[in-house]
Design a binder for this molecule. Structure first.
Ligand SMILES: NC(=O)c1ccc[n+]([C@@H]2O[C@H](COP(=O)([O-])OP(=O)(O)OC[C@H]3O[C@@H](n4cnc5c(N)ncnc54)[C@H](O)[C@@H]3O)[C@@H](O)[C@H]2O)c1
Length: 247
């Protein structure tokens, strides 16, 4: 069945780029009003360019714990209570484990893990009152397997899967599903920077399908999990990796 998101409000973090922007477009094309939250000040303008109308951009640094609550308060007052949250804001700072500085370790956890938690908590509060919600957290294949120079990134993504389990358990009887999505390398600015050149070609050759993922493929999976049809799916981590982690 063709998914429709008519009447739905979706908060998408990291909506100015990559997977977040593609998910925002996917949901907007199918009727949702999008609230994009991003550090990038272009997010407001980018939201006005999405299909449909009534979208809104909020500039926030999600490493600040209070930012999530502020973003959800602004969402509720300017657009309405959201039914969908997609946590896509993230970064990948790559270093050999012996060289990781406290600053780069902390920033990775602050954006990838803490930002995801505080957004889920803030959105969860209004979704619990409404008795309906779909929360999708971007984890990664890095949650499941070790990747060279990804100590902080892998730790942050594995933690997102653990967090997803707990939120799904606590909120399952209240109409809210919480799932994680774990792509292999996706051809976005983040993916291209982390997997450029020879390293990228080698990584591709190790993926059974022989290529990286496109953001549209990740958006389609997220779109299904965000739909009314996916009410029985919660607490899962959906791998979308061309077979990489299972061979
Ligand atoms: N691209 C990949 O290969 C890949 C693979 C697996 C998982 N992921 C995950 O998917 C998510 C999206 O990745 P992407 O490839 O679209 O990255 P991207 O770099 O294209 O986009 C990330 C967005 O997050 C925003 N952001 C970063 N720090 C922020 C902060 N402190 N506050 C608010 N916004 C902030 C950026 O401004 C950017 O718009 C990330 O969580 C990433 O870890 C990506």
């Amino acid at each position: 069945m063709h998914q429709t998101f008519d009447g739905k409000i979706a908060v998408v973090t990291g909506a100015a780029s990559g997977i977040g922007h593609t998910v925002a477009h996917y949901l907007a094309e199918r009727g949702a009003r999008i609230v994009g939250v991003d550090l990038n000040e272009a997010v407001g303008e980018l939201m006005t360019e999405l299909p449909g109308r009534g979208h809104h951009g909020i500039v926030k640094d999600l490493t600040v714990p209070a930012a999530a609550g502020e973003a959800i308060t602004e969402t509720v007052s300017r657009v309405g209570v959201p039914q969908i949250l997609v946590n896509s804001a993230g970064l990948a700072l790559l270093d050999p484990a012996v060289d990781v500085t406290p600053e780069r370790w902390q920033l990775t956890l602050d954006v990838n893990l803490n930002g995801t938690f505080y957004m889920a908590q803030a959105a969860g509060r209004v979704m619990l009152d409404a008795g309906y919600g779909r929360i999708i957290n971007l984890a990664s294949q890095a949650a499941l397997v070790g990747l060279d120079q990804h100590a902080a990134y892998c730790a942050s993504k594995a933690a997102i899967v653990g967090l997803t389990h707990v939120l799904s358990l606590e909120w399952a009887r209240r109409g809210i599903t919480v799932n994680a999505v774990s792509p292999t390398v996706v051809e976005t600015p983040l993916g291209k920077a982390a997997w450029a050149g020879e390293k990228g070609e080698k990584a591709k050759s190790e993926i059974p399908v022989g290529r990286f993922a496109q953001p549209e493929e990740v958006a389609a999976l997220i779109g299904f999990i965000a739909s009314d049809d996916a009410a029985m799916i919660t607490g899962s981590n959906y791998v979308i990796d061309g077979g990489f982690t299972t061979v």
